[in-house]
Design a protein around this ligand. Structure first.
Ligand code: UDP
Length: 323
């Protein structure tokens, strides 16, 4: 069995590739290497350096390899950039997806695991201490989230029209490192932003301390990238089952942590002085996003193993190795 992993040279992709190989499946990576790193690709794994926007290039990859399933991780994923360049996001994330699933359909491949996001929920109208289930109304508030939701719709439609078997994994806040070489090299999310500030002698900034949460800062569900990678293997098993149609599945821990709690853990793990600066809210940040993870347990027989300490300490070890 050979699985095509798009975005396999990225931060999450590198972890997913390793877990897929461990599960006994072969892997081919499709990556445009715009944010991928070649040294993350394990020996013996073929890289097809192709952009999904290149329809003929994508079709050629399917003609060349005996692919049995697709894990589709490749996408543009910066919220702010998506607001500035919405057409670029729709082109890359949605036209790219149509080329990919079109090539799957032409080759008779039906098993698809799609990287979705908690961004599909937008700012859900629920109490800050409520959990988000997959039945929570989806109303994305930026083009990035909109492309993820539209991607789910395309995959859902193909499950009806062409018997695709689909798991759309709605990732919550992914952080940590499965090994010190595989850390997140981009400074775009809270944990790397905080490490970057501290190692430059600056203090982290908290975007808003007046939210309706116990300490006033936003609550998120931080999930270890290693747990996330294992969820992908469970999702491959799930879509390989003959009775699978389509399921959107939250991937988180079911436990929320506030920005201040994350910073407290950073202080404990690193031993550095952390005295955060409180600044104004960032536009578009919901007060709390914590996953109800019962569907993942039920359908995938998967649950997270790692906690916030594991996430921060593995991320810190990896950060020190590469910075
Ligand atoms: N955040 C913050 N300071 C920062 C970066 C992020 O207070 O320098 C907060 C942000 O408002 C959110 C949480 O940290 O509540 C996680 O932000 P991130 O951008 O990592 O992920 P998001 O939840 O927005 O997808």
């Amino acid at each position: 069995m050979t699985w095509l992993i798009t975005g396999g040279a990225g931060y999450i992709g590198a972890h997913v590739v390793r877990e897929t190989l461990k599960s006994g499946r072969n892997v081919v990576i499709l990556d445009d290497m715009s944010t991928g790193i070649a040294t993350r690709i394990p020996d013996g794994v073929t890289l097809e350096e192709v952009t999904l926007v290149d329809k003929a290039g994508v079709e050629a990859v399917f003609a060349k390899h005996e692919i049995t399933g697709v894990l589709h991780l490749a996408a543009r994923k910066q919220v702010g950039e998506s607001v500035e360049k919405p057409l670029y996001y729709w082109d890359e994330n949605i036209n790219g997806l149509t080329h990919l699933v079109g090539a799957m359909k032409n080759s008779g491949i039906k098993n698809l695991v799609f990287s979705s996001s908690a961004a599909v929920y937008g700012e859900p109208d629920i109490a800050p201490d409520a959990l988000i289930t997959e039945a929570t109304h989806c109303l994305p508030i930026n083009p990035y989230g909109a492309t993820k939701l539209a991607g789910e719709w395309i995959a859902h439609a193909l499950s009806a029209s062409d018997d695709f078997h689909v798991a759309a994994l709605r990732y919550f806040n992914v952080a940590g490192a499965g090994s010190p070489q595989l850390g997140d090299q981009f400074i775009l999310n809270l944990v790397p932003i905080v490490f970057d500030a501290l190692t430059k002698g600056n203090q982290p900034r908290v975007f808003g301390d007046d939210y309706p949460t116990p300490d006033g800062s936003c609550i998120r569900d931080y999930v270890h990238v290693q747990d996330l990678a294992e969820a992908h293997v469970a999702a491959m098993d799930y879509v390989e089952r003959p009775d699978t149609t389509f399921a959107a599945i939250n991937i988180g821990t079911g436990r929320g942590a506030s920005v201040f709690e994350v910073l407290d853990m950073v202080r404990e793990v690193t031993g550095l002085e952390v005295t955060p600066e409180r600044i104004q809210r960032r536009a578009g940040d919901p007060a709390a996003l914590t996953a109800d993870v019962s569907r993942a347990a039920q359908l995938l027989d998967w649950q997270s193993k790692y906690d916030l300490r594991d996430i921060i300490s593995s991320a810190w070890t990896a950060w020190q190795q590469t910075h």
